[in-house]
Design a protein around this ligand. Sequence first.
Ligand SMILES: Cc1cc2nc3c(=O)[nH]c(=O)nc-3n(C[C@H](O)[C@H](O)[C@H](O)COP(=O)(O)OP(=O)(O)OC[C@H]3O[C@@H](n4cnc5c(N)ncnc54)[C@H](O)[C@@H]3O)c2cc1C
Ligand code: SF4
Length: 342
Amino acid sequence: MKEFTYAKAHDMDSALTALRTPGTQLLAGGTELLNWLKEGIETPDHLVDITALPLTAIDTGPSGELRIGALARMSDLAARPEAVRDRPVLAESLLLAASPQLRNMATIGGNLQQRTRCPYFRADIPLPCNKRTPGSGCAALQAGGDTTQHALFGWTQECAATHPSDLAVALAVLDAAVLVSGAGGERRIPATAFHLTPAEAEPQRHTALEPDEMITAVEVPGRPSARLSRFLKLRERAAYEFAVVSAAVTLELTAGDTIGSARIALGGVAHRPWRLTAAEEALRGTALADTDALRAAVAISFADARPLPGNGYKVELAQRAAVRALRDAARRIEPGANGGPR
Ligand SMILES: Cc1cc2nc3c(=O)[nH]c(=O)nc-3n(C[C@H](O)[C@H](O)[C@H](O)COP(=O)(O)OP(=O)(O)OC[C@H]3O[C@@H](n4cnc5c(N)ncnc54)[C@H](O)[C@@H]3O)c2cc1C
Ligand code: SF4
């Protein structure tokens, strides 16, 4: 392992000043970064431990918005009523991720900054991977490459990786924003624009975060419709596994059983949460009992899907996941709430 310096930042200014030195990496819970150091995925010159910064709070603001500090632990947020009761999609995305031990260490900021699980990117011997070594090629897209876990949307000949964060998929339907600070001041990045696909930026660029910036918080608007929400995760085994495909949904109903409006995002199909905006439009006025109409509406958003040799199965899997998540969300209806029967 390459040698690096270690320092602990005790205030935001010193963390942000340290970030201006090239070769600096922030250390939060360490559940990803320590593996990267051992595997040579990251070779920083300087590690700056940010765990003493005052970024652990989870507060509700005057308009009902939930502000989650970047250093809040996944397990802390998953247990809060503002997640479990008011935004079940958020709690479920956290509780279905990793393991209890990891969730007790892992932070919200670190979760969004995790890297793809593409096996070539994570390989312990050097393999062609433009994300890890720019210009080296893409082993997944070469003849005989394994594309079973790869993207349907937003991929290029340079890279077809997906992003593994479950939380990011939930944040995409909650219209959340990622709050960041850097040398240029503070800015808000919509959660749907935080991760970058290879079609939007060179493969080695994972997120919209600049090298001198850090995440300070995530803000989730207060919206009653978030109570009718669901995160559905389909994976190869029932626990401690990344999603093959996931679906996050929020729902507003009219007359109890007809969709007034829906928000849907998929995980496991692109290098960012993939919002099904065309399907959301088509679903307005659709009865939840009408399976054919639900499926047809969701399928509209797959018109531009580009399956690879190994991942065609994801098209139907993702569509079914979206339909099931819509129905599951509707089952959360309370009598008299959200247009439902009293
Ligand atoms: C075995 C295993 C299984 C997992 N399963 C899942 C899963 O099913 N679903 C899922 O969503 N995730 C999963 N994860 C990922 C896990 O959620 C992340 O490892 C964790 O959230 C990272 O947080 P951390 O605080 O430990 O980050 P660290 O490891 O400390 O840092 C990771 C990266 O984030 C950067 N970073 C950290 N905080 C900030 C900040 N505030 N601003 C800017 N950059 C920052 C670091 O510099 C580093 O580059 C799994 C991880 C492991 C190891
Ligand atoms: S898909 Fe992306 S991450 Fe995977 S090998 Fe190709 S370039 Fe690397």
